[in-house]
Design a protein around this ligand. Structure first.
Ligand code: BGC
Length: 388
């Protein structure tokens, strides 16, 4: 049985197991993280601290925590998640998110969207072209002749307005994207609310409205490693994805329009699979959109489960979205150094990006991403943590 962790359980554990009783290199990092976490953690919900500044605007780091001690940090630069502290099955706290120690890490050109919000259109649009209401639009081509993740800055490299909402253990972020920004039609008002619930979920609610028809596809680009640094890669994690089909892509990762069955292929993650089992049979590694099984409900449904046996940590992803981009950090190459001095090598982390299918504006058979004036774009994704 999987269990949710409780504060009482966590506070008793150091006494029962003896925090200083561990020895050897492996124990050093989690022990430090647990110590720091125990000192800093208190039941209050939204803390704020200055994290730096960008173009004269303050970048603030917000800390959301719940009574069980789960703690999530977010900055208003790119609406970026900078840390998620959760315990393992023996009560040792660890940060399960890739990220950087300080703002310059996030600002560097080479930052591969670590932890940030992505929009106006997450994933790829072929040749950066689409047509809305008979008018052709051209986006900047920032990825092999295609548009990726909303353009040069998108929503990931901009400063969001932020408002803490302590009553709900949330922080609300707002961004106004101007008509024509990054080539997209219409002014888009975007609101993203991060909430930490008492059952150890990080809930992300997205809302957007426009004054002209525009494609919209929003997501978060968190990289997870549930070992909290004990394993340098996620190859030993077990992954389940609730999808029978995936969008087939060409050599530039643009959908061909085909939705192939996963059955009998390395893309079959419908029952738990250790990531390293088949990854070598997937050219380049997993970087695919899975078409999620959905019931008739509009609410968030289970999309994927990630489990790390060594720590007992489990992450379940629930979403309202039709797709999940599973990206196993294939382009990380060891050239970036993140938090705790860790080098981000290939497969250091995995992104589970809930979203619409890539290049939907050019595939009428895919669920539509068109948002019209008077309509509301909504999406909810929940990352729920527990241990086994
Ligand atoms: C995409 C990858 C891309 C990465 C950038 C992912 O969402 O699927 O192809 O390289 O983002 O960090």
């Amino acid at each position: 049985m999987f269990k949710l962790f409780s504060k009482a359980f966590v506070f008793l554990l150091p006494v029962v197991f003896g925090l200083n009783g561990c020895s050897g290199e492996e124990a050093a990092t989690p022990q430090t993280q647990t110590d720091q976490h125990m000192q800093q953690q208190n039941a209050s919900s939204v803390k704020q601290e200055k994290f730096g500044s960008v173009d004269g605007q303050d970048i603030i780091q917000y800390t959301l925590s719940n009574p069980a001690g789960m703690e999530v940090k977010i900055i208003n630069y790119g609406g970026t998640l900078t840390s998620i502290m959760v315990p393992d099955s023996s009560g040792q706290w660890g940060d399960v998110l890739l990220g950087f120690d300080s703002l310059p890490g996030y600002l560097q050109k080479e930052n591969p969207y670590i932890g940030c919000l992505v929009g106006r259109y997450a994933n790829r649009i072929a040749n950066g072209k689409f047509i809305v209401n008979g008018k052709a639009y051209q986006l900047p081509l920032n990825n092999n002749g295609n548009s990726l993740h909303g353009g040069e800055k998108g929503f990931s490299r901009v400063v969001w307005a932020a408002k803490p909402l302590p009553e709900t253990n949330s922080v609300q972020l707002n961004y106004h994207s101007k008509d024509g920004e990054e080539g997209y039609p219409g002014s888009l008002d975007v609101q993203v609310t991060y909430t930490v619930t008492n059952i150890n979920e990080l809930k992300i609610d997205y809302l957007a409205t426009t004054d002209k028809g525009t494609p919209v596809n929003l997501t978060n680009h968190a990289y997870f490693n549930l070992s909290a640094g004990k394993d340098s890669t996620v190859l030993g994690h077990t992954l389940t994805v609730n999808a029978d089909r995936y969008t087939v892509v060409n050599d530039k990762q643009i959908p061909t329009g085909a939705l192939d069955a996963v059955k009998g292929t390395p893309m079959d993650l419908t029952s738990p699979v250790v990531i390293k089992t088949n990854i070598d049979k997937v050219p380049g590694g997993y970087d695919h959109n899975f078409a999620l099984r959905r019931s008739a409900s509009d609410g968030p449904e289970l999309a994927a489960t990630l489990y790390h046996e060594g720590s007992g940590r489990r992450l379940e992803v629930f979403t309202t979205e039709p797709g999940l981009q599973v990206y196993t950090g294939n382009f990380l190459d060891g050239s970036l150094t993140g938090k705790y001095g860790r080098k981000y090598v290939k497969h250091s982390g995995i992104c589970l990006e809930a979203q619409h299918f890539p290049d939907s504006p050019n595939h009428p058979s895919f669920p539509s991403t068109l948002l019209r004036p008077g309509e509301k774009y909504r999406q909810t994704t929940i990352y729920k943590f527990s241990t086994k």
